[in-house]
Design a binder for this molecule. Structure first.
Ligand SMILES: Cc1cc2nc3c(=O)[nH]c(=O)nc-3n(C[C@H](O)[C@H](O)[C@H](O)COP(=O)(O)O)c2cc1C
Length: 381
């Protein structure tokens, strides 16, 4: 806890430092959740707008997890940052510095879009995935099934992306194994209908996530000279039939805990949420996962944590050590500083359109979030 701040004692636990397995110490328990800004250049380079947006939000958090960066050009969505070639390292280094210069750790989230991509953003390419099964969403394109060799090439691409993040000076990487993208697609019985090494049973559906973890760990061992954060984000369930069940996820986490991961980041719409599949289930998902793996691997909880009281409640209810905050940091980048200064009653809960300049929300991100009514509380004034 910093001496000059006089926050309420009930929030002390949010501001205790936390040392991860790798040896990296986060100054406090709050991280900025990864959020796509749709603001990179067409070639995946970071724009000045993006750097300013991150710099504005990196004060007060222990770490910022960036928007997902694609590991290969056939894995992008519109205006996502790229970590697919060495050409991007310089640009990514500027992104890392814009976060670190405010004293926060910078974690690059890396991903491949898989079947959630479309020919328009892939410049005419057909999206690829574990199997040729489209996502059950309106307008979803049918992906091309990757050959066995191509899957190994993708595993290598995650390793290479990890190396680039290290060379760009990031403090860590997070594998995006959540929110229906490619890593999750290999784990899902909906999108993975294969019968080779990469699918056919629960165990084999774990092979892609685990091989990707191994490839990133190898890059970390070979290329780092100091401790480096390595995290994994997952979505515990899918609503599709067939789809990932909580029991599948518990099995995956038991496998993941055999590797040197610093944390598991549990992607939920509401941090206190219960099962989407088992409507009778009354135990919050985080409580179940904390019991199953939390003692072996720190969990990050996320989802509608909009106040310090929400964060304290989640830590106490579930015993989880770390909390990620997403939209609240778009709405009020000073939320955490205000808690530290005992001014939490002045935390903003809505975006006033004429405040955009102060909030440093890039134009493209503004259009993106405005196109999704209900995502953010925006008041046009
Ligand atoms: C605009 C926006 C972009 C997002 N982009 C990503 C992303 O790139 N990677 C990811 O894992 N999650 C992404 N998410 C999900 C958030 O990380 C987070 O899990 C979700 O917003 C719930 O947390 P919150 O209620 O604190 O916002 C995004 C969410 C929003 C609102």
């Amino acid at each position: 806890m910093k001496e000059e701040f006089k926050m309420k004692a009930k929030y002390n636990q949010l501001f205790e430092s936390f040392t991860l397995r790798s040896g990296v110490t986060l100054d406090n328990r709050l991280l900025m959740a990864p959020m796509t800004t749709q603001s990179s250049f067409e070639n995946g380079m970071i724009t000045t707008d993006e750097r300013i947006y991150y710099h504005r939000r990196s004060q007060g958090v222990g770490a910022v997890i960036t928007a997902c960066a694609h590991v290969r050009e056939d894995g992008k969505f519109a205006s996502s940052p790229s970590v697919s070639s060495d050409k991007q390292i310089k640009s990514l280094a500027k992104l890392a510095q814009s976060i670190q210069s405010n004293g926060s750790k910078a974690i690059l989230q890396i991903f491949h879009v898989g079947r959630m991509g479309n020919a328009a953003s892939l410049r005419g390419l057909q999206p690829v995935s574990a199997s040729a099964v489209p996502a059950p969403r309106k307008g979803a394109e049918t992906p091309r099934e990757l050959s066995e060799d191509e899957v190994w090439e993708l595993v290598d691409a995650f390793g290479e992306a990890t190396r680039r993040a290290i060379e760009a000076g990031f403090d860590g990487v997070e594998l995006h194994g959540a929110n229906t993208y490619l890593i999750q697609q290999f784990f899902s019985p909906h999108s993975n209908r294969r019968t080779d090494y990469w699918g056919g049973s629960l165990k084999k559906r774990m092979n892609f996530p685990i091989e990707v973890v191994k490839a990133s760990l190898k890059a970390i061992k070979e290329h780092t000279t100091k401790p480096f954060i390595f995290g994994y984000r997952l979505s515990p369930e899918e609503i599709e039939e067939p789809g990932i069940t909580l029991s599948d996820t518990v099995s995956l986490t038991k496998e993941l805990k055999k590797y040197e991961l610093d944390y598991l980041h549990i992607s939920l719409g509401n941090i206190f949420g219960t099962s989407l599949r088992d409507k009778e289930g009354e135990t919050p998902i985080l409580s179940i996962l904390q019991n199953e793996v939390g003692k072996d691997m720190p969990l990050i909880g996320v989802g509608k944590v909009n106040s310090p009281d929400d964060a304290v409640k989640a830590m106490n209810d579930f015993g989880i050590p770390l909390i990620a905050i997403g939209r609240q940091l778009i709405v009020d980048p000073d939320s955490i500083e205000k808690v530290l200064k005992d001014k939490e009653e002045s935390i903003r809960t809505e975006i006033l359109a004429n405040n955009r300049e102060d909030l440093k929300i890039p134009d493209a991100m503004w259009d993106y979030i405005k196109s999704r009514p209900g995502w953010l509380p925006i008041i046009d004034n």
